[in-house]
Design a protein. Structure first.
Length: 384
C-alpha cells in the first residue's frame, strides 16, 4: 500500500480547514448547504398578513404595498429582505399593466444590485448587500420573460437585449441534459448530479415566449424535459412535491427542501398548476387536469399544504393555494369556478396581505384570465 508522508497530510488538512473558513466568511453558509432555501412562506397568512384596501387592480396593490420608490421589492412580512423572485414578479406585473415607469424602477434596482458575473441574478439581498449570491432559476426565467415582453411592448431594444442575455445565461448555467431531456435546475448551485429541481420553477408559457424571442431551440427542449419530469412525479403520487431530484438516467424522486423539512405539496408546488395552465401546449394543461382528483377546488375546502396523496396537513388557507385551485378548474374548462377561486384569493389577501400571497393573487389573474398581457398570445380565444 502506498504511504503518504505526514507533512502532506498536514497540508491537506490545513487546506480543507482554510477553504471551509473562507466559505463561511464569504457566503455565511456551510459549503455543503449552498442551496437557497425556498422563498415561499409556510405559515398561516392570517397571522402575519396586513389588511389592505380592497380594489380590483391587484397589480397596483402589490406595487403600492411591496415595491419601494427605488424599485426594490420588500418582503415586509418575511423580515424585510429582497429576493430575485420578488423583483421578477414585480417586473411581470408591471409589463402586464403597461406600467413602464414601475418596470424601469424595478429592473434598474435588480440590474444594479443583483446581477452576477455569469449573467444570472443573485437570490437574496438584505441590509444593503447581497447575502446569498446563488441564483434561483424561477426568478431568472420570469425576469427574462418580463424583459423580452417589455422590450416589444415599450419599443425598447435595450430591454429586449437584456432579456435575451439573461435567457441565454439560464440555458447555459441552469439547465442539464438527462435521458428525459433538458431540464431546468433550481439554480446554478444545482449543476451536479443528482440535479436538484423545483417543479414549480418550470414555466412552459414563458419558455415559448423566450424561444420566439431568442430563436434558441433549447427552450423547446427544456419544455419537453420539464414536462417529462412532472409526468414522472405524477406517476409516483397524485400530487407533485415542492422539491425533487433528477438523475442523468431519468430517475426522478421527490425530495425534502434543501434547507430541511417534509416532502409536501406546499406553497411552492402549488404554483405548478398556474404555470402549466397558462401554457399553449395541451399536454401541459392535461397535466394540470391530473391534479383535480387529489385536491378540492371549492374555495371553502382549499388548504395551504397537502401531502402527496392529497391529505391536508394544515387548516389554514393561502392565496397561492386558491389560485392553484383556480388553475386546475381552468384547465378542466370550468371557467366560472376558476373565476370564483381567483376572487377568493384576492379577498383573502385583502384581509391578510403577504408579499407572496399578493404577488400570486395578481399573477394568477394575469396568467389565467388574460395571458396576452404577458405575451402569451396562443390562447387568446380561450381566455375569458
Amino acid at each position: 500500500m502506498r504511504r503518504v508522508r505526514a507533512p502532506l497530510v498536514l497540508v491537506a488538512v490545513l487546506s480543507v480547514a482554510v477553504a471551509t473558513v473562507l466559505a463561511l466568511v464569504v457566503t455565511g453558509r456551510s459549503p455543503d448547504r449552498d442551496a437557497p432555501p425556498t422563498a415561499a412562506p409556510s405559515t398561516d397568512p392570517s397571522r402575519s398578513g396586513t389588511a389592505l384596501p380592497a380594489g380590483p387592480d391587484l397589480a397596483a396593490r402589490f406595487v403600492d404595498a411591496y415595491v419601494d420608490a427605488d424599485g426594490r421589492v420588500v418582503r415586509r412580512d418575511q423580515g424585510g429582505d429582497t429576493v430575485s423572485e420578488g423583483q421578477a414578479y414585480a417586473m411581470l406585473l408591471a409589463v402586464a399593466a403597461d406600467d413602464e415607469d414601475t418596470f424601469d424602477r424595478v429592473w434598474g434596482w435588480t440590474r444594479t444590485n443583483l446581477a452576477r458575473p455569469d449573467g444570472l441574478l443573485s437570490w437574496t439581498w438584505a441590509d444593503g448587500a447581497v447575502v446569498d449570491a446563488n441564483s434561483a432559476a424561477d426568478a431568472d426565467v420570469d425576469a427574462a420573460h418580463a424583459l423580452v415582453v417589455a422590450g416589444e411592448r415599450f419599443g425598447r431594444p435595450d430591454l429586449t437585449g437584456a432579456g435575451k442575455t439573461l435567457a441565454t445565461a439560464v440555458l447555459d448555467h441552469e439547465t442539464a441534459e438527462t435521458s428525459l431531456g433538458r431540464v431546468l435546475l433550481a439554480g446554478q448551485w444545482a449543476k451536479t448530479e443528482p440535479y436538484r429541481v423545483n417543479p414549480s420553477y418550470s414555466a412552459p408559457a414563458a419558455y415559448a415566449v423566450l424561444g420566439r424571442a431568442t430563436g434558441d431551440a433549447r427552450w423547446a427542449q427544456v419544455a419537453d424535459g420539464d414536462r417529462a419530469v412532472l409526468g414522472a412525479l405524477l406517476d409516483q403520487a397524485p400530487l407533485p412535491p415542492d422539491w425533487a431530484q433528477v438523475r442523468s438516467d431519468g430517475t426522478v424522486d421527490a425530495m425534502p427542501p434543501p434547507g430541511g423539512g417534509d416532502v409536501a405539496y406546499g406553497l411552492d408546488a402549488q404554483r405548478i398548476a398556474v404555470r402549466y395552465a397558462a401554457s399553449c401546449d395541451t399536454d401541459d394543461r392535461a397535466l394540470v387536469g391530473r391534479l383535480g382528483g387529489a385536491v378540492p377546488t371549492a374555495s371553502s375546502d382549499v388548504r395551504g399544504v397537502y401531502d402527496l396523496g392529497g391529505t391536508a396537513r394544515v387548516d389554514w388557507q393561502h392565496p397561492v393555494a386558491l389560485v392553484s385551485a383556480a388553475a386546475v378548474s381552468d384547465a378542466e374548462g370550468a371557467s366560472g369556478a376558476a373565476g370564483q377561486l381567483l376572487r377568493a384569493a384576492a379577498d383573502l389577501d385583502t384581509r391578510a396581505s403577504t408579499y407572496y400571497g399578493a404577488a400570486w393573487a395578481a399573477l394568477g389573474e394575469d396568467l389565467l384570465e388574460d395571458p396576452t398581457t404577458l405575451g402569451i398570445t396562443c390562447r387568446e380565444q380561450e381566455t375569458r
